[in-house]
Design a protein around this ligand. Structure first.
Ligand code: ATP
Length: 365
């Protein structure tokens, strides 16, 4: 039993672009949900990250931010617009890549779920991409030091991919455990017909792990064919496990298939820590105009609540997570939605509607 009024401390890193619009909205909604289920509140710790941190501390991810994160078991990370950073920051591993690598957040869980009232390319889509987050073909984060990309001459560039049995096994277990709590289906996505050793190892190790889950149906698909299957029949897939780069690309696609990248949530997790981070980027084209869809960030925050609730066996947190999800779904059903999914609500207006729906007591988690 804890006597502390705020047993959980979570970091808040607003980031760049639309981050300062969608992250505070998510914090307010989480607070409203915790209040509604009678759970202890969260102590939020705002931490510098991104362009503002470069201006103030000379780094998009100051050492103080990393040190504080090490004391926490969760945080919300807004998007960063690292492509727009001044040099030398632009050439370095970006802040979220650095955080994922530093804390070994090996599992990137990216659901894509269509809302009834929002336009979806494939209505009924309800799947989860489980993306291996530490190695694979993203060479910038798969080495101990250095970036895994190098240029022997100005006209030659080389990158390498890395796959280890250990890393594939642990991500495969995440996928199969998740499938057992869903519809008992896993699809392994790879390119083993061309990259026979690397992608082949990924497929084969996932298949071996599958033998420990006889109740879960398993199949595998080539990444290129998978894009077609998803466009035509995303509603038939349940859990998809894949490597780092394929998962990044595929999850933008599934987010859009489910309605919009703006509704695609995610967490990055290890067994000890989790980071809520929407699948989308900083969307500089719409930043600062109260136009961004906050749903992805809000639902990422709900995923973090759920993860924390499971880790600490705290059912109130899990109920708060369900309440946030129901609040979002109900608000969209009432026709309140941002422009990317066919509505006319602002970011802040949508957030207020969800907060009020939760606080009104009309919905249950
Ligand atoms: P990154 O590489 O950092 O993930 P990106 O280059 O994939 O970023 P995004 O910033 O995700 O690009 O934006 C892609 C498109 O989706 C843009 O047109 C952007 O406006 C739109 N978009 C992204 N997020 C949202 C959102 N939350 N609400 C509405 N539109 C969004």
């Amino acid at each position: 039993m804890t006597t502390h009024p705020n047993p959980y401390r979570l970091g808040v890193l607003a980031g760049d672009g639309i981050g300062p619009e969608i992250v505070p909205v998510s914090v307010r909604i989480v607070d409203a949900a915790l209040d509604a289920v009678g759970a202890a509140g969260i102590e939020w710790l705002p931490l510098p990250l991104g362009r503002a941190a470069i201006d103030e501390f000379g780094s998009p991810l100051p050492d103080g931010t990393l040190r504080t994160l090490a004391e926490l078991d969760g945080w919300l990370l807004g998007p960063h617009d690292s492509a727009a950073y001044p040099q030398p920051h632009r050439s370095r591993l970006n802040p979220s890549g650095t955080i994922r690598k530093h804390f070994d957040l090996f599992a990137n869980i990216r659901p894509a779920k269509a809302f009834e009232a929002a336009k979806a390319i494939v209505p009924g889509t309800d799947l989860v991409i489980v993306r291996e987050n530490t190695q694979g073909f993203y060479a910038d984060r798969n080495t101990h030091t250095g970036t895994g990309e190098f240029m022997p001459t100005p006209d030659v560039a080389i990158a390498h991919g890395i796959f280890t049995r250990e890393a594939v096994e642990r991500i495969a277990h995440v996928a199969f455990d998740l499938a057992r709590r869903r519809r008992n289906k896993v699809t392994i996505v790879h390119k083993a017909n061309v990259l026979q050793l690397t992608s082949g190892l990924f497929r084969d190790v996932c298949r071996q792990v599958a033998e420990q889950y006889p109740e879960v149906a398993v199949d595998d698909q080539h990444i290129d064919a998978m894009t077609v299957h998803l466009l035509r029949r995303a509603d038939e897939f349940d859990v998809i496990v894949t490597e780092n780069m394929f998962g990044d690309i595929l999850s933008d696609l599934t987010g859009e298939i489910a309605g919009s990248l703006g509704i695609a949530p995610a967490i990055n997790a290890s067994h000890e820590r989790a980071m809520a981070q929407a699948a989308h980027g900083a969307a500089p084209d719409i930043a600062g105009r109260d136009l961004a869809n906050p749903v992805a960030m809000i639902l990422s925050s709900a995923m973090l609540l759920d993860w924390l609730g499971t880790r600490h066996s705290d059912d109130a947190l899990r109920r708060a997570a369900r309440l946030v999800e129901s609040g979002v779904a109900r608000t969209i059903r009432r026709g309140i939605a941002t422009a990317d999914i066919g509505g006319s609500a602002t970011t802040s207006g949508f957030g207020t509607a969800v907060t009020e729906a939760i606080a009104s007591g009309e919905i249950r988690g």
